[in-house]
Design a protein around this ligand. Sequence first.
Ligand code: ME8
Length: 509
Amino acid sequence: MGSAFYVTTPIYYVNSEAHVGTAYTTIAADVLARYNRACGRRVFFLTGSDEHGMKMVRAAKDKGLTPEQLVDTLVPKYVELWKHLNISNDNFIRTTDPLHARTVQALFGKLIEKGDIYKGTYRGWYCTPCERYVPQGAATPPPCPVCNRPAEHLEEENYFFRMSKYRDRLLALFEERKDFVRPESRRNEVLNRVREGLEDVSVTRSTFEWGVRMPGDEKHVVWVWFDALINYLSGAGYPHDMAKFAERWPADVHLIAKDILWFHSVIWPSMLMAADIEPPRSIFAHGWWTMNAAKISKSAGNCIYPMDITAQFGVDALRFFLLREVPFGGDGDFTHSAFLGRFNNDLGNDLGNLVLRTITMAEKYFGGIAPAPGVSGTQDDALVNTAKNLEDSVAGHLKNLQFSHALEAIWQLVRAANRYVEECKPWVLAKNEAEKPRLATVIYNLLQSTRICAAYLSPFMPGTCEEILWQIGYEKPVSVRLPLDATWGQYQSGLRLRKGRPLFPRVEA
Ligand code: ME8
């Protein structure tokens, strides 16, 4: 079961356009998908759109549209943005897709059969912008713990899911699989809450119609979260293509932000247990991108839009910045100066400079043909060791979803190669014919270091790395195999180099 690497993003509410926070999770998932494909694994990468619920009804009304019109206008924009950002998802699931609706009804039906659904009345608080139930607190109305808006009072006939029944099995799951929820600090928070007790949860709504009809009681629509979580099954083939589904499920990792961890780590596995389906292998909850310390969000109106950034800096600069700047798991403030610093320093001065100077010297000293190595020198060892250590460190960091650490490790090689140029001084070697064999080694080593960096960077910056690999002699489309293409000594001498434009020309503040 589940031999493919299956990675998901949340399915986003398409109440307005995607921003950098939404792009963040999607890019992170894309890096994992691309890395695993490069390592030769079969991969299934799912993203999509969450289209039902009162939040969407209100968003449509505000724009003078029907919910159908709203989602049909916005979904293509998400699809287009993911294409623009070079996202390599294998499927895009919409909760308004009839196939998804049938899966929701099938699962709901299973829970009814199991005796885990019962009728009741929900009397309590709800935050519609966050689509979550809010517990009664000291204040009335209580503020939503995520967005701080006052919650609304609901009193309506609902059906409840007997989630409390699964508390012990959930606790056992958390105990058995220490990395079921990552990072660990978030695992502990959830675990403590479950230990305190687990209540049943209302899983239908009866005061509006925009949703999947509940099987057996058409007056009700399925609660938007119950509907949305099931995308991870319907989008992977359950139950319409069980052969494919068996290859994919359980998902290796659901990537989400910390605000929706409870839904994913408690409600979702309970639903799956009730339906006799294995829980996912892991859930990783990253932090928030903030602007002046406030969470960037569609409803707060402080959005930074990916295309505004990529228009000036390119797609890969955004992909790089988001994953390099903040350790995955923590929060980070999105500032123009931090972005510009990474762009000019890491991308321009370090990586761009390495590629440009390497090819320029190869052209000048070897007529644009990659030389075969000649004589080794004492300066080589540090470079070789850094390159050889990269395989383990990148693999280790990506296994733990530590994207910034993986990039930092790759940059150790970028910087070591730039240092190697300063230490070996090819321009001095070039003046002495007797040093030609040593010069050949230096240029060859720089070319192969460039290749190794590009191979490991290709999941993060696919467009740039294809360009780099093309410049050092490979044909497009370049497909990277890891770790083979990043093995020291694998670069082929004799390739014709193609000097190109500087990859990241400096941008002044
Ligand atoms: O919650 N920083 O959809 P959503 C980092 N439909 N990540 C952010 C972010 C920020 N400031 N803002 C958004 C939903 N995200 C549900 C999900 S899944 C079955 C249903 C990212 O449109 C992050 O991944 O509100 C977060 O979990 C997600 O967008 C929320 O997107």
